[in-house]
Design a binder for this molecule. Structure first.
Ligand SMILES: Cc1cc2nc3c(=O)[nH]c(=O)nc-3n(C[C@H](O)[C@H](O)[C@H](O)COP(=O)(O)OP(=O)(O)OC[C@H]3O[C@@H](n4cnc5c(N)ncnc54)[C@H](O)[C@@H]3O)c2cc1C
Length: 389
């Protein structure tokens, strides 16, 4: 009755090489063998097993984009990040991506501005899968207005004394080294620094949070009470952290857009497969015009996001980062996922509402992508400012 989707995917991708495709195959094997069989148990447990980090490191999941000198792949090619998102998404759980690669937001400031000694302590063991890294910017008082953060770090001899709290922190319970945004100077963006706080530092405690989705990703509130952090853990110069945070956001947003596309694609494939198989009133669902139109609308929205995602990845590869366009892509992609996941649940009917289908889980996980890493409203404001409206 219908043409297989694969028939339409035969055209060569303009930017992907054999090396990219080899990387994809390597990750697909990793996801099929090491993730898919266990994902439901991890979702129930509320966290990933630590042993997965080592396996992910061996499969080449953790090192992409980081310096070769410290165990990374040594390239700065965002297409590898997109492929990673696409392949990990096949397990059908956003929490796997969020937590397994939380170092992709926690570690870039260390890679970019850390000393050799800091990279040996906080980067190499993370890339090798021995330690887990996280990023802590958001506070109970607010996440969007980063320049107003209130957690303080006061210099006292060879230490910073940190006081305050961070919340909604991905991998927050399991992380060994957390890149924390703190106020070392006056008000506003000029008084912000980045400090690595290690697990077990006196005065640092954490509590877990329960969420709508991303269950296998542990999320925490962090508390710092006269927490004594060695002064040598400061990343880059004091009071220069805000720029590093903003720079970090660009890649995070590109990654979130890639995730949104990848999970949308899973929804599309799952609902197409279901529509081909499910019979109602003596015909497969896919024979009904209403359902066919839903499916092509899903594909149309996915293709539009993918084209812009690939274009911006290509631009980054050429050394050009457009902040406004990345913000708008994040909105385009995450808004698309909300609609596509909703339609996928509709096509699956009751089965789409029940635990146990990828579509049901992805539907619960759509909102976090529209909120985390800069909410939709904030992305619009930032894009408008960048475009000098
Ligand atoms: C599962 C999960 C994981 C996360 N992981 C991390 C992490 O690892 N590290 C980290 O630091 N943070 C993390 N976050 C936090 C996330 O980045 C913040 O939730 C996000 O930045 C929004 O901040 P907020 O929740 O405090 O919302 P607020 O800043 O309180 O905003 C609430 C709402 O108001 C809107 N809004 C705010 N200001 C304006 C305005 N001026 N005009 C119009 N609308 C406005 C926002 O867009 C949002 O919709 C995570 C969040 C979740 C849910």
């Amino acid at each position: 009755m219908s043409t297989a989707p694969e028939a339409h995917c035969m055209a060569p991708h303009p930017f992907l090489t054999e090396a990219h495709e080899a990387y994809r195959s390597q990750l697909r094997r990793f996801v099929q063998k090491e993730c898919e069989p266990y994902i439901d148990a991890w979702e129930r447990a509320g966290e990933l097993p630590r042993a997965l980090q080592r396996k992910a490191a061996e499969a080449g999941v953790l090192g992409i984009g980081f310096p070769e000198e410290y165990g990374g792949s040594g390239d700065n090619d965002p297409f590898y990040q997109s492929i990673m998102a696409e392949e990990l998404a096949r397990a059908g759980a956003g929490g796997l991506l969020a937590s397994l690669v939380s170092h992709r937001i926690g570690s870039p400031p260390v890679a970019a501005s850390g000393t050799h000694e800091q990279k040996e302590r906080f980067l190499r063991p993370v890339i090798e899968g021995h330690k887990i890294a996280a990023l802590a910017i958001t506070e109970p008082g607010g996440g969007s207005d980063v320049a107003s953060l209130r957690t303080t770090a006061r210099r006292e001899g060879d230490h910073y004394i940190v006081n305050g709290s961070k919340t909604f922190i991905t991998s927050g319970m399991r992380a060994d080294c957390i890149t924390v945004a703190v106020r070392t100077g006056g008000p506003g963006m000029g008084g912000v620094s980045l400090l690595v706080v290690e697990a077990g530092t006196p005065g640092f405690t954490r509590t877990p949070l329960e969420k709508m989705g991303w269950w296998c990703s542990d999320t925490a509130t962090l508390y710092f009470q006269d927490c004594r952090v060695p002064a040598q853990n400061i990343i880059g110069e004091e009071n220069r952290g805000f720029k590093a945070i903003m720079h970090n956001f660009n890649n995070e947003r590109l990654m979130l857009a890639a995730q949104a596309w990848a999970f949308g694609q899973v929804c599309y494939e799952e609902s197409l497969a279901y529509a081909r198989h499910r019979q109602t009133f003596g015909e497969p669902l896919v024979a009904r015009q209403v359902i066919r139109h839903k499916l092509v609308d899903m594909k149309m929205q996915l293709d539009a996001v993918k084209a812009q995602l690939d274009l911006l990845c290509w631009q980054v590869l050429q050394g050009y980062t457009s902040v406004a366009e990345i913000c708008l892509l994040k909105n385009l992609a995450t808004g698309m996922l909300e609609r596509v996941a909703g339609e996928a649940v509709q096509i699956l009917g009751g089965a789409g509402y029940l635990r146990g289908t990828k579509v049901e889980r992805i539907f619960r996980e759509t909102k976090v992508l529209s909120i985390g890493g800069g909410a939709t409203e904030i992305m619009k404001d930032l894009a408008a400012r960048q475009l000098a409206y």
